[in-house]
Design a protein around this ligand. Structure first.
Ligand code: PAF
Length: 273
């Protein structure tokens, strides 16, 4: 595996790769969720490039940019074992010029839910992802369904900017007890870790109601809010997969999204139903 830090090293390493290339963009602190993206990429492509970059433009002032978990040695080992060909670990100066054009994610989809709490977050995500696409020219790029809104906005960018890249949505990976894997789970103390289970329990509760035939969004939402008590819930919503509001849940076309604060940590989870 080649580890590269500069743009010129990355471009040279990419030029040597023949055949299909899978890109797995990450912010590091890799866990089994990331590993499943790496495994899908190595299985489906001749070569895999992974980027590890804690992207400053997607953090708002006062957010956890400085304390975001960083584990470069462990990440390198994981990528090596997973059969990654090129690992790109740039410094911020490498990725951003002092003056440059910015991208505005469509506000009706990027300033709701995650984007309401974190205005501008998705502008930063799309900005760095487009740069990574341009640098690595992947055949396919791999993103987890846990960041469902991010996945939607990246797919929308691909479509609207006519990028010739296939986005591969990857299933949410969970702990045995149901907690969705996230690098930010590292912030939870043991009691908060237990409380965090309420997010996936609220989704289980929604699934149970849907299986019983319930389609009324307000009924499902009320049951979810009950299951989430006493957490501080930011949203528990049911939308279609284009992130539009819908009159009632339509099985096979809907997504249930939940965000709650456990202690000071914001956690998200969702279910494609
Ligand atoms: O999902 C993430 O880890 C990040 O938002 C991404 C896609 C790597 C962009 O920085």
């Amino acid at each position: 595996m080649k580890i590269v830090h500069t743009l010129s090293e990355l471009i040279a390493a990419r030029a040597e790769l023949q055949g299909s290339v899978g890109l797995v963009p990450t912010m590091g602190a890799l866990h089994n969720g990331h590993l499943s993206l790496l495994q899908q990429s190595t299985a489906q492509n001749d070569h895999t490039i992974v980027s590890i970059f804690v992207n400053p433009t997607q953090f708002l002032p006062g957010e956890d940019l400085d304390k975001y978990p960083r584990k470069p040695e462990a990440d390198i080992k994981i990528c090596e074992l997973a059969g990654v060909d090129v690992l790109f670990m740039p410094r911020p100066e490498e990725m951003y010029a002092t003056i440059e054009p910015t991208i505005h994610a469509p506000s009706s989809k990027a300033y709701i839910l995650e984007g309401l709490a974190r205005p501008g977050h998705f502008d930063g995500v799309l900005r760095v992802v487009l740069k990574l696409f341009n640098l690595t020219k992947p055949t396919r790029a791999y993103f987890g369904k846990k960041d469902a809104q991010q996945l939607y906005l990246i797919q929308n960018m691909i479509t609207c900017l006519f990028l010739d890249i296939t986005i591969v949505p990857c299933e949410i990976i969970r702990e045995d007890d149901g907690l969705a894997l996230s690098s930010r789970n590292a912030y939870l103390n043991p009691e908060e870790r237990r409380e965090a289970l309420k997010l996936c329990e609220s989704l289980k509760c929604a699934t149970y109601l849907v299986m019983k035939g319930e389609r009324d969004i307000s009924v499902i939402q009320a049951a979810m809010l009950q299951a989430l008590k006493p957490l501080h819930v930011e949203y528990a919503v049911i939308l279609n997969r284009d992130f539009d509001t819908i009159p009632s849940l339509h099985v096979g076309h809907s997504i249930i999204l939940v965000c709650a604060k456990v202690g000071t940590t914001r956690l998200i989870d969702n279910l494609w139903i």
